[in-house]
Design a protein around this ligand. Structure first.
Ligand SMILES: [Zn+2]
Ligand SMILES: [Zn+2]
Length: 195
């Protein structure tokens, strides 16, 4: 039995009312895929709808932030299955060469403890070890010129990498709460276009 819903939420039987109702045009199905479906028309899981606004690292949704933090130490797939499938990261997957780990882990704003829950006890120890080694010879490498960016540089609020003012064509007196490097701007635009 079909039920008609009226604005006041009273459901009325259609068969009793049919003759009294004004003649309405047939419902035309809307085009395009319905909103809120988690799969695309070809059945592929849809990508998360990312906010078009470029967010500073600490304001990222917590799962994305944790995924990105894990990516500093393990590869893509391992980081993904840790965050989204609850699979603990075993020590053999953790990068132990400090040079291959992002300098970002030395950033004071990073609360590395946040990812502890995804790691086995051993891999947590490995990660702490790597951070310790990195801090012994702290070097910030400018992503543009690949030289030491310890001075005259600016930090991107999204990827937390330091770039020389000159390399990113930013005035040394630049004053703004947030600054995003071109890499982050471009990847954010690409994400926007694929969703
Ligand atoms: Zn540079
Ligand atoms: Zn950046």
């Amino acid at each position: 039995m079909e039920i008609l819903e009226f604005e006041d939420d009273n459901a009325i039987r259609i068969d009793n009312l049919e003759d009294n109702l004004p003649h309405l045009p047939p419902r035309v199905p809307k085009r395009g895929r319905p909103k809120g479906k988690d799969k695309t028309v070809i059945g592929v899981p849809k990508k998360r709808k990312l906010t078009s606004k470029l967010l500073p690292f600490e304001e990222l949704p917590v799962d994305i932030r944790h995924y990105e933090m894990l990516r500093w130490f393990v590869d893509d797939g391992i980081a993904k299955s840790a965050v989204y499938e609850n699979k603990s990261v075993h020590e053999e997957y953790v990068e132990i060469v400090p040079e291959r780990v992002s300098n970002v882990i030395m950033d004071k704003a990073i609360a590395i403890d946040e990812i502890k829950c995804y790691l086995t006890e051993e891999s947590w120890l490995v990660i702490q070890q790597v951070i310790k080694m990195k801090k012994l010879t702290p070097t910030w490498i400018c992503p543009i010129c690949a030289k030491d960016a310890a001075t005259k540089s600016i930090c991107c609020n999204r990827c937390l990498e330091w770039s020389h003012f000159i390399c990113v064509r930013v005035n040394a007196n630049f004053k703004s709460k947030l600054w995003f490097c071109n890499f982050c701007k471009v990847s954010n635009t690409n994400l926007k276009n694929t969703t």
